[in-house]
Write a protein that binds this ligand. Structure first.
Ligand code: THU
Length: 144
């Protein structure tokens, strides 16, 4: 285990504690690593109207981008029903979150870390989770 991924997994597990999920009772945490080594965390934030719900991964991305970050290496994700104990089953990101990752990362190198506990995780490249994904390059060309 790379030390930084262990730290990222721990940060995601901690962020999960902040989950606001009174409707699904499914708590998700994420920790996003910038190329410079900073970590931005996020949790899922639900809403009584349901559709405004924001996933943990997007919370982390939007926090980071809103503070000027645009270059990312990896994201750790952990999700499980409230009351579940470690180790959790893996929680792969939803399609909307995969698309948000596509906007701000290189799918060939960006790693998605699916966390079971701080010592057990699986990694995927974004290109494996979103093959042939549509991104900024398709609109503007690779040199834009
Ligand atoms: N959720 C996330 O936060 N991330 C995912 O990748 C999957 C789903 C949240 C949304 C909702 O609050 C709850 O989990 C159940 O879908």
């Amino acid at each position: 285990m790379k030390d930084i991924y262990k730290e990222l997994a721990g940060a995601a597990i901690g962020a999960r504690e902040m989950s606001y999920s009174p409707y699904s009772h499914f708590k998700v945490g994420a920790a996003l690593l910038t190329k410079e080594g900073r970590i931005y965390t996020g949790c899922n934030i639900e809403n009584a109207a349901y559709t405004p719900t924001n996933c943990a991964e997007r919370t982390a991305f939007f926090k980071a981008v809103s503070e000027g970050e645009k270059h990312f290496r990896a994201i750790a994700i952990v999700g499980a029903a409230a009351g579940a104990g470690l180790p959790f089953d893996i929680c792969p990101p939803c399609g909307v979150c995969r698309q948000v990752m596509m906007e701000f990362t290189n799918p060939e190198t960006f790693e998605v870390i699916l966390v079971r506990d701080a010592d057990h995780y699986q990694t995927r490249l974004l290109k494996e989770l979103l093959p042939d994904g549509f991104g900024p390059d398709h609109l503007f060309g690779e040199d834009a």
